[in-house]
Design a protein around this ligand. Structure first.
Ligand code: UDP
Length: 239
């Protein structure tokens, strides 16, 4: 018998920046294809998967290019950027024959379904990969917070944060060759030591609800599948 997954329903967060691959802006078709393939491996295990994508590859409300803008306007642009990414991922998945739904926190019915929690759960139960766009729908939040929020709402057992590093470090491993990887940390430790996992709002929300967070390298093939099979991949944030 093939190994069985340890989770039934998960929420995967992929940053917009990861979708850029080697490009300086926008979406790399190769990375998009790769993410779709990795998600299909999860889908084949029978795990119900919700996905939240960032928008940093297109626009961030707090970026330099937005510094003269009204923050709220800039954040709406950022949220729309996540919808652009969501549609791109939907297209990549459906070209490969996997059923999906995009649901957005800001309604745009010509483009995607509105996010309605009970419908999202129904789609998951029917085996569709559900891509949740437009963040929380509110300015001043991040897509990490959207991921923690949606994970709780849809009853995901874990928030899987796929990033460019292979876990949580005590300092930035890109800048500090002595940086130590921390296989397991608590929510309080992340907040107290300012560990670069997710922003404080997202970590607090996850911590308040005891939602485990697993941080791992997106670009290591099979990592999503390995996390789902319960292998020790990346770092975990738990109580
Ligand atoms: N954003 C927002 N509210 C949300 C989620 C996102 O206003 O609930 C905006 C915010 O401007 C943010 C941008 O969308 O900078 C893109 O999201 P994020 O920076 O989290 O993307 P990532 O860093 O994961 O690519």
């Amino acid at each position: 018998m093939p190994p069985a997954p340890v989770f039934k329903r998960v929420l995967l967060k992929v940053s917009g920046e990861a979708l850029m691959g080697g490009e300086s802006f926008g979406i790399s078709p190769q990375v998009l294809d790769y993410v779709a393939d990795e998600l299909i491996k999860a889908h084949r295990l029978g795990v119900e998967v919700g996905v939240v994508l960032g928008g940093g590859n297109i626009f961030r409300g707090v970026s330099d290019s937005a510094r003269h803008m009204d923050r709220v306007q800039a954040d709406y642009m950022g949220m729309l950027a996540t919808v652009v990414n969501s549609i791109a991922l939907q297209d990549a998945l459906e070209r490969k024959g996997v059923p999906t739904r995009v649901m957005t926190a800001i309604t745009m019915p010509q483009v995607a379904e509105p996010y309605i929690r009970r419908r999202a759960i129904r789609h998951l139960e029917k085996g569709r990969i559900v891509i949740l766009g437009a963040g929380t729908g509110n300015p001043y939040f991040s897509t990490d917070t959207a991921a923690a929020l949606r994970a709780e709402e849809i009853g995901a057992e874990v928030l899987m944060k796929a990033t460019k590093v292979d876990g949580i470090y005590d300092s930035d491993p890109v800048k500090n060759p002595e940086a130590q990887k921390l296989p397991q940390v608590t929510y309080d430790q992340v907040l107290a030591q300012h560990l670069k996992v997710m922003d404080a709002t997202a970590i607090s929300l996850a911590g308040d609800n005891k939602l485990p967070v697993i941080v791992f390298d997106l670009l290591e093939p099979d990592n999503i599948k390995r996390v789902l099979l319960g292998e020790k991949v990346g770092s975990r944030v738990e109580v």
